[in-house]
Each structure stands twice: as structure tokens, then as C-alpha cells.
Design a protein around this ligand. Sequence first.
Ligand SMILES: [Zn+2]
Length: 330
Amino acid sequence: MHLPKAELHLHIEGTLEPELAFALAARNGVDLPYADTEELRKAYLFEDLQSFLDLYYALMAVLRTEEDFAELADAYLARAAAQGVRHAEIFFDPQAHTDRGVPIGTVIEGLGRALDRSEETHGISTQLIMCFLRDKSEASALETLEASKPYLHRISAVGLDSAEVGHPPAKFREVYAAATALGLRKVAHAGEEGPPEYIREALDVLGVERIDHGLRCMEDPELVGRLVSERIPLTLCPLSNVRLRAIDVLEQHPLRAMMDAGLLCTVNSDDPAYFGGYVGDTFHAVHEALGLDREHLRTLARNSFEAAFLDHDEERRARYLSEVEAYAFD
Ligand SMILES: [Zn+2]
């Protein structure tokens, strides 16, 4: 769906399509434990978040050089452009690479190479959000933040992702305070598999400005009231919720109820190579499964630009918003 939109919840490592994984494996001499792309695609039927993460980290072994990261980002941006994305705030997981010997500079400069030419090549403005893996220690997150200092001009915010349950936001209090001191903005995954309390903690202890997922806020009416009154954006990923079994079928997704409750919802693709669709596909899927009409979809697109970190460039935000209003559905 070509409706102009921003994508605010997208892990660049989760855009690694089987074809590119095999091409990079061949180029870098990495053995993948799958015969071909078809066999690999069959491994994409996940039980839960953990079974997805196991495959996700295994496949990252093919990403080694700046050129690999540049190609990965460029392939995503090309797909996103074809689905109406005008602005993308892209997550990356430095620890998933530094832990296997790839320097953080290789990751950031490689991604940066693709992002630098994105506006010209794909018509998409971009930002980078550096995520900490929450199943690792806070000390490791602090080391990562320290190592990122030569590249801070490329990073606009920090985030928190990976296995949620048992790793509450408060575990990362110190590193978020340090990120704030460096002038970085803050988001965190919360309330995907974890309880509503994790959403409160992300807001109160970490001071995040957006909640990634936030699905389980719906179990807590008081929290919903707060998210509505404070206009805290939620970056929802409906196809991911179904693939990772947070929701049985898309028809049961609470997106519509969340919009009706007045929450500032956005719709995103999370890890599109693994979850069956990019963000335009996701808009199309929720339109079909939840009966969202054109005005709902326009609201979701409008919300995505309102929630974007474009405060330094309000003219751009206004231009994108006017593109949403002017869009004619066919
Ligand atoms: Zn995510």
C-alpha cells in the first residue's frame, strides 16, 4: 500500500531475506545449516519469541563487512520505498555483531553508507536507533554506549530489544541516564510478552518517549488512560504478534480497539523478512483482517509522522503530513 508513512519499528537485521543471506554467506565463506533458501524459509515457523531469536542470531553470522551492512540497509530501503515509506527510524543491535568479532564501527559506517544516499536513491529520510540486548547485562550495554561515542553523529536514539520476560526496563536505568546525558532520545520494547508494569517502568525509570509494541497495556485501563493523555506513541507490529504467537490470528489483534481507545498507534513491520511482510503489506493485512477503513489507515499514517523524531525538522514533518492528507486511495 503506497499511502505515505513512516516506519518506526524496524530491526535492520530482521530485513535479511534468505536470498541475501545465501549471497553474503557465499561471499564471506560462512556455512549456513540450510541447503537452500526454500529450506531456510521453512525454518521461519516460530513457536515464540525465543525460537525466532535463535534463528535470527544464527543468520547474522553472514554479516561481516561494511559493504554487507550497506547492502542489507539498501535492500530494505528499496523495499520500503516501494511500499510508501517516506521516513524510517531504523533499529540496529550492535552487541549481536561485536559479540562475534565485528567492530561497532563496521556496523554503523556500513549502515550509514546506505542511509547517506537513501534520500536521493529511495526518497526516504532516515535515522538510526541503537538498541541494547536486554538479555545481556547493563555493563555490556554501557560498554556498547561507550564504544559508539565516535559515531554519535549517526545515532539519534537508544532502544531496548530481544528477550523481554525476566529483563525489566529498570535493569537498564544507568545506561539510559548516560544516553540522556549524551543527548540521545529514548525508546524501549515493552509489553510485547512482558506485563503492563514493564511499560510503566520504561516510562518512569528509563524516560522513554515511545513504547515499542506496548500491546499488553490493554490489560491495564489505568495505564491506557495515561498513554492516551500523555500521547505516548506505540509502535505496534501486528504481523510479528501473530508469527510469534502473542496473538493467535490477525483477526483477534487489538489494534482497532486500541485506536478506538484513543491510543496513538502506529503500524510497523518489526522483522519483515521473518514475519511475512513489509509495512505496506502490514497496512493491507490489517485493513483486510480488522476491517479498518481508509480513514483508519490515514490516521495510522498520520500518527507515524507525528510520532517520528522530526522535532528538528518540523517543515519536513508538515510536508509528510500533507502528503498523507493528499493521498488518494485507488
Ligand atoms: Zn521489535
